[in-house]
Design a binder for this molecule. Structure first.
Ligand SMILES: [Zn+2]
Length: 92
């Protein structure tokens, strides 16, 4: 990993710990050239969720859009906003 201070490509890991509820690993590194310390994160690369529309076009999944849609559809029914939120999380 290149040092952001001196741009040499030699650093060593001095600390490594889980981060973001185990979805990432945070590493403290130290440059072997200038001793500058910096942090890197490693996480799984995931493809963004896409929604295929009726006309075949694709757009990024939007929690907000789903929430607006189901809230409009269910506004006269006894459904709490928490239940709407949970529905959207399940869909995602
Ligand atoms: Zn350095």
């Amino acid at each position: 990993m290149e040092c952001p201070n001196c741009h040499q490509n030699a650093s060593r890991v001095i600390d490594s710990r889980p981060s973001d509820e185990n979805r990432a690993i945070r590493r403290r590194r130290e440059c072997e050239n200038c001793c500058f310390r910096f942090t890197t994160f490693e996480r799984v690369e995931t493809a963004p969720l896409l929604v295929v529309k009726n006309d075949g076009t694709r757009e990024p999944f939007s929690r907000k859009k789903i929430l607006h849609g189901v809230m409009a559809a269910g506004q006269k029914r006894p459904i709490s906003s928490e239940q709407f939120e949970q529905l959207v999380v399940r869909v995602e």
